[in-house]
Design a protein around this ligand. Structure first.
Ligand SMILES: [Zn+2]
Ligand SMILES: [Zn+2]
Length: 137
């Protein structure tokens, strides 16, 4: 799960609120989940949340999980900006583990180089069951 790291000091209030909500959550959140949790903070419009999310994703502080259409706080914002990001998504409890794998990254890099393909970003989403859910089954 996401370990906490210092929050950057140059975020807008909305970005800070959204990132804080993601960091505090035990699982991925949709933009509407985030909006729901921030209503008491005065956020009303989905656009406010979307704008904040866009910036956070741009900066690598949060990631979008395409298959869930949901967002997570980056587990380690200082370790990667552009490289491969992999997520193991548990279909039992909804837990998401973020990791980076240098071997996969270099394999994909070699493939892209051989094909002349320019990689902008790589996100892997692995679906399955986490160790805890398997143990409980
Ligand atoms: Zn990350
Ligand atoms: Zn699980």
């Amino acid at each position: 799960m996401a370990h906490s790291h210092d929050m950057p000091t140059d975020l807008t209030r909305n970005q800070e609120l959204v990132l804080g909500t993601l960091t505090a959550s035990s699982g991925p959140l949709s933009a509407y989940d985030i909006l729901d949790r921030l209503r008491t903070e005065g956020l009303r419009a989905p656009l406010q949340v979307y704008r904040a999310l866009e910036k956070l994703v741009d900066r690598g502080l949060a990631h979008r999980l395409e298959s869930l259409n949901a967002f997570v706080a980056c587990a380690d914002a200082h370790c990667h900006r552009k490289g491969l990001i992999a997520f193991a998504i548990c279909e039992g409890c909804g837990k998401v583990d973020e990791f980076a794998d240098a071997v996969i990254e270099s394999r994909l890099g070699a493939w892209a180089h051989a094909e002349g393909f320019k990689v902008e970003r790589t996100t892997m989403e692995i679906r399955g069951r986490c160790a805890q859910c398997l143990k409980a089954a």
